[in-house]
Design a protein around this ligand. Structure first.
Ligand code: ADP
Ligand code: MG
Ligand code: MG
Length: 916
């Protein structure tokens, strides 16, 4: 027996979209559920592949005979005959692969018409105008789609006839006019192809089937598949659906339309769609006539409207998903022509999930699973409301989602100043550095012309939940002239620009924003997520405003508080600098004594906001030279100051001379010196000390140098101050009746010995504070795992640490021996493009390498300390597939930036459901 290439709608397996295509599978499903669909059959995607693989592009041998057999059934079914001059059966030939794919072949309607069958149609319908209308549509569609005749040639002829008839609208044409159109169209085809229009219906059918198959390898379709990463695994070849025609254009008792079972814009549980009376399918989409809203049907065709509502309910209760469907009414009979799952925005997805679950249509788990965690991003950041006529002037990488408008400002100090004046500011820089941080605080968004998605600007902006476009290469920033050049545009400080951190686009002027709103539907959905998830979701938050926002997003604690952000505050930086440039322990202690109350206050704030949730504080991590200005900057400044000193000396000489020379005159001119030379000397001295310090702190490779716990052990007084600030803050909160759970976390650990030393300080200070405040403080002590050796020694580390938290940003760098910045700017894109590496490991957790280390470390850590709390606080902690892996290896929690918390909560629920 030969292979089955063709399935009738009443036999095909509606679940097999790969074989039958999405449209075909659903038509089978509809037919078999008892929903009225015009009869038809599907030619499989396998037939398509077999045809394309054949060198001579022949149809598989038995294909056409199987098609003919199915045609016979169709004829029995409809009481019409294909190619018959009395009661002709007409067909539509429709493409459809496993995934819906614009760019593939258009549908051919009314196939089977020729001068003979046209006569039959005339007799059967007694409606000349209709018949010629159907015929001219068929000639044009077939000509265009199957024979490649340009549309313009047909349009030209059509216009000529309209002109001759003296009408503007198609509907005004008479049957005779349309008959003329048909004659001209046949002529057009003959002229263009050099052959007469094929009149044999079987020949028409075969040509149409081949044309559909060929369209799979058309340029538009190939480009589309590449763009959207559609692999053969997901969709391979297109099916062909052959369906008996039903006519929405027979009279005013006929109509055609499209519908959504719910409103795809809002998710509201009302039917949504449009229809046209006396029209054929493509008219609705083509916009030739303006369709009416479906609600109008309730008055115009009340019985059919009722039927349509029944159809809608059947579709939803069968597919258990919002459906996007097509229908046609032929002389009072309603047919469903197609259905598929509706595409909706995130708001509608959330609302329909909650409502369908509450209606009992789907389970809560299904409600959770039908939403991809990433799509929630749309709801958590303000979005741009872009109209079609605004085009971006530049584009970069979408580095931190959300839209923002403001005036362009080109350095952090100016940004801060203008921000303080209440202006909305976009900080535009070539790239950003830690010393620009105050500019971030003051800005609505950040735009850089260099750096990738994990550049400083991107990471910090994401942490703060501010929109950022990074690496917009077409932008040239001139900080001194305070302007930027973007192609032909010059943007001067004060000009308004808008950035879209979700797409990477940059616009001139202000684009209106749609505010993010955490709807009650989303809150409901996420409460369901929390109930099934095993992973807890914490937030990375450094300052009180971050913490407050994270709580709103449903964070269950702070998984990472980076104390350096507190050090970086412009009002504190001078004290931090004093601490760093101190020559003696005493001097350093003096600076630390001033920092202690400030840090204590910070922690008290955080604890109070987060109570009773845990707050994990990481002690100082970055190399300390990051808090000092850059060497060249200092050299320049010292140079300028020294020049000024010379000038001041000149002024002093001038002043003394003037005083001496004119002492006997009536008027005593006075020369004013603009600055106190001694003050100047003091400033120069301090700058020189800083410069020396910067030079002495210089490291060849600071990321692998004197930082984290290594720095802590070199200058014990810094960590001691921080530990004391944490414990005293906890004590004061407890005294105020605030329930606190601080956790002290040590960065960059590679051996248990490091932990042991710091733990001794913690123990001493803990006792000290407890006895000073006369109360008991619960505080746990743990380690970051971000060094490969730490993972390998997890068993030993667990003797000191009560918890672990994977710092997967550093751990990824360490595992690959890639520096992130260099990798992303130099070779990683090439690696990805050539499939040497599948993903960017700084965005998607590398489960095979980094993940393996994590898995082992969890195992070994818990061998020493059963049930040990282990989390992740790298950026991967907010990435859905990475979260799934964290669930699989048994982590206790993930921690991510505040706005990603809802995404992580949903992803954690997905992980738990998938693991069942
Ligand atoms: P697309 O994938 O572009 O929607 P379709 O194959 O669904 O293409 O068809 C295009 C238009 O033709 C639709 O409006 C559809 O409803 C209509 N159509 C398709 N098949 C038939 C048919 N057998 N009878 C009447 N109209 C049809
Ligand atoms: Mg369609
Ligand atoms: Mg780190």
């Amino acid at each position: 027996m030969s292979k089955t290439w063709v399935y009738s709608f009443s036999d095909g397996n509606g679940k097999d979209k790969k074989l039958l295509g999405g449209k075909g599978a659903n038509l089978c499903e509809l037919t078999q559920t008892g929903i009225r669909v015009p009869p038809g059959f599907v030619i499989t995607t396998e037939a398509c592949l077999a045809y394309l693989e054949d060198e001579k592009h022949r149809l598989p041998p038995s294909l056409m005979s199987q098609v003919t057999d199915h045609l016979r059934l169709l004829e029995l079914n409809t009481g019409k005959k294909f190619g018959d001059a009395l009661k002709p059966l007409l067909l539509s030939v429709r493409s459809g692969s496993a995934l819906s794919m614009p760019g593939m072949m258009d549908t051919i309607l009314n196939l089977g018409l020729n001068p003979d069958t046209l006569k039959g149609l005339l007799v059967a319908t007694d409606n000349e105008r209709f018949c010629y209308d159907v015929y001219r549509r068929f000639i044009q569609l077939f000509g265009k789609v199957a024979l490649g005749v340009p549309d313009a040639l047909f349009d030209e002829e059509f216009e000529k006839v309209k002109e001759r008839a003296g009408v503007k609208q198609d509907v005004e044409l008479s049957a005779w006019d349309l008959s003329d159109v048909c004659t001209s169209f046949l002529q057009v085809v003959k002229q263009f192809t050099g052959k007469p229009f094929p009149h044999d219906p079987y020949e028409q059918l075969e040509i149409a089937i081949k044309a559909v198959f060929n369209s799979w390898m058309g340029k538009r379709a190939i480009d589309y598949r590449r763009e959207f990463k559609i692999t053969p695994d997901m969709a391979n070849g297109t099916a062909v659906n052959i369906v008996a025609m039903v006519f929405g254009n027979m009279s005013n008792k006929s109509a055609t339309g499209v519908g959504f079972t719910r409103d795809p814009g809002t998710g509201e549980n009302v039917i949504f769609g449009e229809y046209l009376v006396n029209a054929q399918g493509e008219d609705v989409v083509a916009g030739i006539r303006t369709p009416k809203p479906i609600a109008a049907m309730a008055h115009e065709m009340p019985d059919l409207f009722r039927e349509l509502m029944e159809l809608r309910n059947k579709l939803e209760s069968h597919f258990k998903e919002v459906q996007d469907f097509e229908f046609t009414i032929e002389e009072g009979i309603l047919y469903c022509l197609q259905t598929r799952n509706g595409k909706m925005n995130a708001t509608a997805m959330v609302r329909t999930s909650v409502e369908m679950a509450e209606e009992g249509l789907i389970t809560k788990e299904q409600a959770l699973l039908r939403i991809k965690p990433e799509t929630l991003e749309q709801l958590l950041f303000p979005r741009l409301n872009i109209s079609d006529d605004v085009a971006p002037i530049a584009s970069g990488l979408p580095a931190s989602p959300g839209g923002a408008s403001g005036i362009a400002v080109f350095d952090a100090d100016r940004a801060e100043k203008m921000g303080r004046e209440g202006l909305k500011v976009i900080l535009v820089r070539e790239e950003t550095k830690p010393e620009d941080i105050h500019g971030f605080f003051a800005s609505q968004g950040i735009l850089t012309s260099r750096g990738g998605k994990t550049s400083h600007a991107a990471v910090v902006a994401r942490g703060m939940g501010k929109p950022c476009v990074a690496g917009a290469e077409g932008i040239h920033v001139d900080v001194r002239l305070r302007h930027a050049l973007i192609g032909k545009y010059q943007i001067t400080e004060g000009d308004v620009i808008t950035i879209d951190g979700s797409t990477g686009a940059v616009y001139l002027g202000e684009v209106p924003l749609i505010d993010a709103e955490f709807s009650s539907d989303l809150a409901t959905l996420l409460s369901w997520a929390d109930a099934v998830a095993r992973l807890k979701v914490m937030a990375n938050a450094d300052i009180p405003s971050d913490a407050k926002r994270a709580l709103k997003f449903g964070a269950m604690g702070i998984g990472l508080c980076r104390t350096e952000r507190m050090f970086n505050d412009p009002s504190r930086l001078p004290i931090v600098i004093d601490m760093i440039i101190a020559d003696t322990k005493e001097d350093r202690q003096k600076a630390l004594d001033r920092l202690l109350p400030i840090q204590r206050e910070d922690f008290k704030n955080l604890f109070t906001i987060m109570a009773p949730c845990p707050v994990t504080i990481r002690l100082l991590d970055p190399p300390i030279h990051e808090f000092l200005p850059q060497e060249q900057h200092l050299i320049d400044e010292i140079d300028i100051l020294r020049n000024l000193r010379k000038n001041l000396r000149g002024m002093k000489v001038l002043s003394e001379n003037v005083a001496f020379m004119f002492q006997h005159d009536d008027v005593h001119p006075i020369v004013q010196t603009p600055a106190d030379p001694e003050l100047l000397d003091a400033v120069i001295l301090k700058k020189e000390t800083m410069l020396n310090k910067v030079r002495s702190l210089h490291e060849v490779n600071p990321m692998l140098g004197h930082r984290g716990v290594r720095l802590g052990l070199t200058f014990p007084e810094i960590y001691s101050m921080q530990i004391r600030a944490i414990l005293e803050a906890a004590a004061e909160c407890l005294k105020n009746g605030v329930d606190v759970h601080p956790e002290i976390m040590i960065p960059q650990v590679c051996t248990a010995q490091e932990l042991k030393r710091v733990k001794e300080w913690v123990t001493d200070i803990h006792k000290d504070v407890e006895s000073a405040y006369r109360l008991t403080i619960n505080c746990s002590f743990g380690s970051m795992l971000e060094v490969v050796r730490a993972c390998m020694r997890a068993e030993n580390l667990a003797e000191e640490a009560e918890f672990f938290s994977f710092g997967t940003n550093d751990l990824t760098q360490a595992t690959f021996s890639f520096s992130r910045e260099d990798a992303e700017n130099k070779f990683l894109p090439m690696y990805n493009m050539n499939h040497i590496l599948q993903d960017n490991p700084f965005e998607v957790l590398d489960v095979k390498g980094v993940g393996k280390l994590m898995e082992l470390a969890v195992l070994w850590g818990r061998a020493t300390r059963p049930g040990m709390k282990v989390g992740i606080c790298g950026e991967h902690g907010g990435h859905p597939s990475s979260i799934e892996f964290c669930h699989q290896i048994g982590l206790t929690y993930v921690s991510c930036s505040g706005p990603r918390v809802p995404i992580a909560r949903l992803a954690a629920a997905h992980a738990a459901i998938h693991a069942r």
